[in-house]
Ligand binder design. Structure first.
Ligand code: AGP
Length: 369
């Protein structure tokens, strides 16, 4: 096992560090050389078939569900098709409104999650076109879906999913550009902008991984707190949900993610002196709004760690510490912003002496209901 960990103490940290390479694999041969379009030769949709799609449902569990939430932003804004994201165990029992004009996308690292597989079968039974995004070739879900695209992240051993999530996000963004291309809802300029942004990601992830000392220090300093809050707006909210799940799962710290604008509708009551709040502020279009929510929690004496894009000169005035991520398009920022959250969860779990790779009560692949 030590050999498989390649010198790392845990599979999780090894897999965190594998992300630049994993993402490169996800993109390899799928970006046109001149950045003009996405190549997904696996997909056999015609322009007419895509024009007939009236709705997309994304169905998954856990981290894959959180990836689906990011995917909703990508797919809706680029292809202009309404997207619903559902937890597989809910979708399969709620008599979903799905028909032959629906595209059902199931997301699963393992391709074996029972609820996701059952949801896929239900969508098929109702006549939907189905697509699986998975990491495991030949898995049950890959065999059941009409079409499949692989994340090519390589084996993920740690129970806590890391590289599967970031590669799912990369693939979701490529899929959204691809579908938008078929539907003529994306300009050549925007497509090129996003594709060249995707190309920069491996180097940018590498940059984050080169200097993790401050993240380690925060984890050691706040790792014994019993509650942590994650806030963000828009895509930052989706990433906050993943950050909270990661922290709960491996460090057993109670964590909640909240859409920053919702704070005053309940959670603000829990913000008291010294409570750590991780505030994501990478989305420029809602930046000022997020800052005002940061001020709300600061006014209650929370300890705020901001996650912001490099070049942000304002944030330091409002937070206690900032972790900067390399500058990126707002669509691609989640793929970078989740890294500090994965690392925080990892180092908090290590600080608390938890069994990082095999957290209590959890299995890597949930093949029962
Ligand atoms: C993530 O860290 C989890 N361990 C878990 O939520 C996982 O993402 C979920 O069980 C779905 O698994 P799948 O992607 O293999 O379907």
């Amino acid at each position: 096992e030590a050999a498989e960990k390649g010198g790392y103490e845990h599979f999780m940290i090894k897999e965190i560090y594998e992300q630049p390479r994993a993402i490169r694999e996800t993109m390899s041969s799928r970006l046109a050389k001149d950045d003009s379009h996405i190549i997904l030769d696996e997909l056999k949709w015609t322009k007419q078939e895509m024009a007939a799609i009236k709705k997309i449902v994304v169905v998954a569990c856990g981290t894959a569900y959180n990836a689906g939430l990011v995917g909703k932003y990508y797919l809706e804004s680029l292809s202009r098709i309404p997207v619903e994201v559902d937890v597989a165990s809910e979708f399969r029992y709620r008599s979903p409104l799905v028909d032959e004009n629906t595209l059902a996308i199931v997301v699963s690292q393992s391709g074996e999650t029972l609820d996701t597989l059952a949801a896929l079968k239900e969508a098929k039974r109702l006549g939907a076109k189905t697509l699986a995004i998975t990491n495991v070739v030949g898995s049950s879900i890959s065999r059941e879906a009409d079409q499949v695209i692989y994340t090519w992240a390589g084996p993920e051993i740690a129970v806590a999913s890391t590289k599967a999530y970031t590669t799912q996000l990369v693939l979701m963004s490529m899929l959204a550009i691809y579908i938008a291309g078929l539907r003529d809802t994306i300009s050549a300029e925007r497509s090129r902008e996003l594709i060249s942004g995707l190309r920069n990601l491996p180097a940018q992830l590498h940059e984050i991984l080169e200097d993790v000392e401050s993240i380690k220090t925060f984890a050691q300093k706040y790792g014994f707190n019993e509650d942590v809050f994650f806030i963000g707006r828009s895509l930052d909210y989706a990433v906050a949900l993943e950050g909270a799940l990661k922290l709960k799962e491996i460090s057993y710290i109670h964590a909640e993610a909240y859409a920053a604008g919702e704070l005053k509708h309940g959670t603000l009551a829990l913000i008291i002196e010294g409570v750590p709040v991780i505030a994501l502020a990478t989305q420029h279009d809602v930046y000022e709004k997020t800052l005002s929510n940061i001020k709300e929690v600061k006014a209650r004496d929370a300890v705020v760690i901001g996650i912001a894009q490099q070049g942000d000169e304002q944030i330091n005035k409002y937070v206690d510490h900032t972790i900067f991520i390399p500058k990126a398009d707002k669509f691609l920022a989640p793929i970078l912003a989740v890294l500090p959250l994965q690392l925080l969860a990892y180092y908090a779990a290590v600080t608390r002496g938890c069994d990082v790779d095999k957290p209590r009560n959890l299995a890597k692949s949930v093949t029962v209901e």
